[in-house]
Ligand binder design. Structure first.
Ligand SMILES: Cc1cc2nc3c(=O)[nH]c(=O)nc-3n(C[C@H](O)[C@H](O)[C@H](O)COP(=O)(O)O)c2cc1C
Length: 204
């Protein structure tokens, strides 16, 4: 009886501790994230790539539309071709390059018309959704001991055109961000961005 009680107490404590640990780790990961632009060249495993994608797909989305689509570049020849006009070795050194894309339309029935034919209409939140997804990808990379950087694409037309044509991205799907991920080659540190003067309580 005493042993059983002790076991329950231990299991309970373990559970609470794990929970507190998880919460603490999330904040640490957020505060430690930084843009990393140089990598060792070591490739990511398929397991690492899928963990990053699962994190990216765990983000919130307007109406739960989940409009994200991803093109993962792992082939050095493809990476060299897509980023042929970029200076530096960042893409070449990355363990994989993620192109976060968004489906810009959503198929839904008109509001209040349950029996109407579904229509393809613009998804007004697609880029917010892709932003949340991109940040999740960066945070997951940090948590996994990897380095990553958000390279803006949308709404820069030349970058969009390059990715659409080189990767065959279909109509209604917009390349949103480029995220090279790899093992950090340097010692990049997070920036301190805490500015209390940017916060207002109850009234500006
Ligand atoms: C929308 C967006 C576009 C960005 N585009 C680029 C880019 O084209 N090239 C680049 O080196 N970094 C880019 N960055 C990364 C920022 O430069 C970086 O986040 C910022 O300097 C703060 O540094 P930190 O990420 O280390 O906190 C971009 C970030 C965002 C959110």
């Amino acid at each position: 009886m005493l042993l059983a009680s002790a076991m329950i107490l231990l299991t309970g404590c373990g559970g609470q501790k794990a929970d507190a640990q998880t919460k603490g780790d999330a904040i640490t990961t957020i505060m430690n994230r930084k843009s990393v632009r140089s990598y060792t060249g070591e490739k990511l495993s398929q397991e690492q790539i899928e963990t990053l994608l699962k994190a990216a797909m765990a983000a919130p989305t307007g109406m739960n539309a989940q409009p994200w689509r991803f093109v993962v570049l792992t082939d050095p020849a493809v990476i060299a071709d897509v980023f042929a006009n970029e200076r530096g070795d960042m893409y070449k050194q990355a363990g994989a390059v993620f192109i976060v894309c968004g489906q810009t339309t959503v198929t839904q029935r008109p509001r209040g018309q349950e029996n109407a034919e579904p229509q393809e209409v613009p998804n007004q939140f697609w880029y917010e959704d892709c932003g949340a997804s991109t940040e999740n990808l960066l945070l997951a990379a940090e948590a996994m001991g990897l380095g990553a950087v958000w390279i803006g694409c949308y709404p820069i037309q030349a970058k969009i055109d390059n990715l659409v044509s080189k990767l065959g991205i279909p109509e209604n799907v917009m390349p949103y961000a480029i995220v090279p991920v790899g093992y950090p080659a340097g010692n990049d540190q997070p920036k301190d961005k805490w500015k209390p003067e940017n916060v207002h309580y109850n009234k500006w």
